[in-house]
Design a protein around this ligand. Structure first.
Ligand code: GSH
Length: 222
């Protein structure tokens, strides 16, 4: 197998919000890595060997350590280099940040999945779940109305861990989403989607194949 020694390998899927947040943290920390794009319905054996649970993102470190949870990958990257201070908060604030992310990964994602993929959940009523998701978005809109980001005027771990999921929800029905009264949240989302950082981590790549030359991130200058 072609490998880039000494670089972490990220197994990733462009449109997965969990993989997006891992790529956001790796990109801001400026830790170079090998990008291995996958297709969810056709996961490479090499990825499943490293992480049999079969979800992306997966980060394989040069010493063989495997990180197979997006939040672990974010923490790993930011603990090494956190130039924008995404983790630069008191312990009490960090607990608050973790609670907000838990609400997003928990209740918000629960209702988002049952709005977007309602056919996969027996008896799920997408209107009910959309309304429940909206209740959470109203809380977040209120919070964002103070200073623009969840914990002040600068983005932190919470903003970056959560906005890919709000994007996923907004994309279910963009017209409906735009018609909701969520001005601070809509501006916050728009700002992140238009950022250079997000553009950088949303580059399109073909799925990795055994024998491919390593695709390095950040891209190497010609
Ligand atoms: N808790 C995991 C969740 C990752 C996850 O569920 N990723 C989805 C894609 S968005 C996945 O890989 N699903 C497996 C599949 O669809 O086969 C994390 O935070 O990394």
């Amino acid at each position: 197998m072609t490998n880039s020694p000494n670089l972490p390998i990220l197994w990733t899927f462009r449109r997965c919000p969990y993989a997006m947040r891992a790529r956001l943290a790796l990109a801001i920390s400026k830790i170079p890595f090998e990008w291995r794009e996958i297709i969810l319905r056709d996961k490479p054996a090499a990825m499943l060997e490293a992480s049999p649970k079969g979800t992306v993102p997966v980060l394989v470190l040069p010493d063989g350590t495997v990180l197979e949870e997006s939040l672990d990958i974010m923490s790993w990257a930011l603990e090494r280099n956190d130039p924008e201070g995404w983790l630069d908060f008191s312990d009490a604030k960090r607990r608050e940040i973790n609670r907000l992310i838990a609400q997003s990964d928990g209740d918000f994602k629960f209702h988002l999945d049952r709005t977007k993929y309602y056919t996969r959940y027996e008896g799920a009523d997408p209107q009910f779940h959309r309304a429940e998701t909206l209740k959470i978005l109203h809380q977040w809109d209120q919070r964002l109305s103070h200073a623009g980001q969840f914990f002040g005027s600068r983005p932190c771990l919470a903003d970056m861990a959560i906005f890919p999921f709000v994007r996923q929800f907004a994309n279910i029905d963009r017209q409906w989403f735009a018609a909701q009264k969520l001005p601070a949240l809509q501006a916050w989302l728009e700002g992140h989607l238009e950022s250079a950082l997000f553009t950088q981590i949303m580059e399109k790549h073909p799925p990795w194949q055994d024998g491919d030359a390593p695709l390095l991130f950040p891209p190497q200058n010609p």
